[in-house]
Ligand binder design. Structure first.
Ligand code: FES
Length: 160
C-alpha cells in the first residue's frame, strides 16, 4: 500500500509526514513524532490511555486513522505544558493525588482538558461521562473528579 503525505498541526506546530493509510494517529504521535505521552494499552478503544484532543474533542488515538487527522489541530498531553508551566489541569491532577503508576493519567488529563474546553462548569454527571472511556487499574481514577474541580478553581485563579 502506498504512503500518503499528510499535514497535521500537533501542539500548535505544523508537521508533514508520510503515513500508511492504515496507521493510527497514536502510532504517528508516538513513533514518528516522539510524543509518547499518549500510551498504548488495549489498542481497540477500550481503555482510553491513548486519548488526545482533535479539534477540541477527546478521541482514542489508537482508533483514529492518522489520515483522518489531516489538517486538524491535535493536542497531546505534552502540548498542555507551555512556557515552563503546567496547564491548570495537569497541576490539578498532581495536586489531587491522582499520580500512581502514571499509565492512565495522560489520557485522563486529556479527557478532562476536552471537557473543560467545551464545558467550563461541568456537573458531576458531566464529569462522570467525560471519564467514562478512561480506565485506571490502580485507585488513582477515584480522584479524577476531584482533580477536575481543582482544575476549575486553578483556571479561575489564572483568569483573575
Ligand atoms: S489504547 Fe486506545 S483505547 Fe486503549
Amino acid at each position: 500500500m502506498s504512503k500518503k503525505q499528510i499535514k497535521l498541526i500537533v501542539n500548535g506546530k505544523e508537521e508533514i509526514i508520510e503515513v500508511n493509510p492504515y496507521e493510527s494517529l497514536l502510532k504517528v504521535l508516538r513513533e514518528y513524532l516522539g510524543l509518547t505521552g499518549a500510551k498504548r494499552g488495549c489498542d481497540y478503544g477500550g481503555c482510553g490511555v491513548c486519548t488526545v484532543v482533535v479539534n477540541g474533542k477527546a478521541v482514542y488515538s489508537c482508533m483514529y486513522p492518522a489520515i483522518k487527522a489531516e489538517g486538524k489541530e491535535i493536542t497531546t498531553v505534552e502540548g498542555l505544558y507551555k512556557n515552563g508551566k503546567l496547564h491548570p489541569v495537569q497541576k490539578a491532577f498532581i495536586d489531587a493525588n491522582t499520580v500512581q503508576c502514571g499509565y492512565s493519567i495522560p489520557g485522563a488529563i486529556m479527557s478532562a482538558y476536552a471537557l473543560l474546553l467545551n464545558n467550563p462548569n461541568p456537573s458531576d454527571e458531566d464529569i462522570k461521562e467525560a471519564f467514562s472511556g478512561n480506565l485506571c487499574r490502580c485507585s488513582a481514577g477515584y480522584y479524577w473528579p476531584e482533580a477536575i474541580k481543582l482544575a476549575i478553581k486553578y483556571m479561575k485563579q489564572r483568569e483573575s
